[in-house]
Design a protein around this ligand. Sequence first.
Ligand SMILES: C[S@@+](CC[C@H](N)C(=O)[O-])C[C@H]1O[C@@H](n2cnc3c(N)ncnc32)[C@H](O)[C@@H]1O
Length: 259
Amino acid sequence: MANHFHHERNKNSYTTRVADEQWTTLIKELLNGQLIQRAADIGCGGGIYSKALCNLGVPKVVGVDYSKPMLAAASENCRNYPQIQFIHGDANALNIASNKMDLVIERALIHHLSELKSCFTEVNRVLKKGGVLIIQDRTMEDIYKIGDEEHIRGWFFTCFPQLKEIENARRFASNEVRTTIEETGFKIVEERKLLETRRVYKTKEALEEDLRQRTGRSILYELSDSQLQLLVEYISRRLPMDKEIREKDYWTVWKAVKV
Ligand SMILES: C[S@@+](CC[C@H](N)C(=O)[O-])C[C@H]1O[C@@H](n2cnc3c(N)ncnc32)[C@H](O)[C@@H]1O
């Protein structure tokens, strides 16, 4: 399912956006003034959030991804950020020394993992004691939010209900995330909901093109090109003409601290 990450043609799937202000505000709140000297962004994709961490004042950031094309695009996207180092590696076996990091973020990564224990154990190894892990992903509760002019993703599942089964198989429930975090040497500090602006499109045609390209929407690789075209038409019929579209996504965010 996740093979598309390794295709050269998809390398810019996670470079075309910038971090939303709501995201930045939430991360600041969760860090609550804690000094972060070194952070790692695991499953960094195109480096959008590695860059956002630097913009929050983190002096050294390591972005890790198992896709070489993604990393090449991330380096290009972050060319003005010499404080970011991108390294090739797997979330379950990081090429990072132990007890080094003050912060690790994993945004939209865990639903691509078959299980959580190995990955959280690895994060625990690279964090210093008292270091923070922030995980951001969608639970089925987030997925099931109905579609509307802002929550475009909700319409994917009314148009193609079979996609819910695929999500069900790959999304972790909050209690599973929490239990595994606690089993791997962390204490859970907070769980928050986030409604994040994904992207603002000047016209609905711009959104339609983004959907056709499946940009940053791995679930759309489960549809054939003709099914995708039906979905684009379905969504287009529900959107007003000549109006900017502010697309938003629902997320769950967990903060844990290494004990
Ligand atoms: C949905 S994208 C999210 C990218 C970025 N974190 C963001 O939020 O824009 C998931 C990323 O995780 C990477 N990835 C998936 N499984 C991985 C693994 N086991 N180890 C390292 N990277 C992985 C993919 O290559 C992809 O770049």
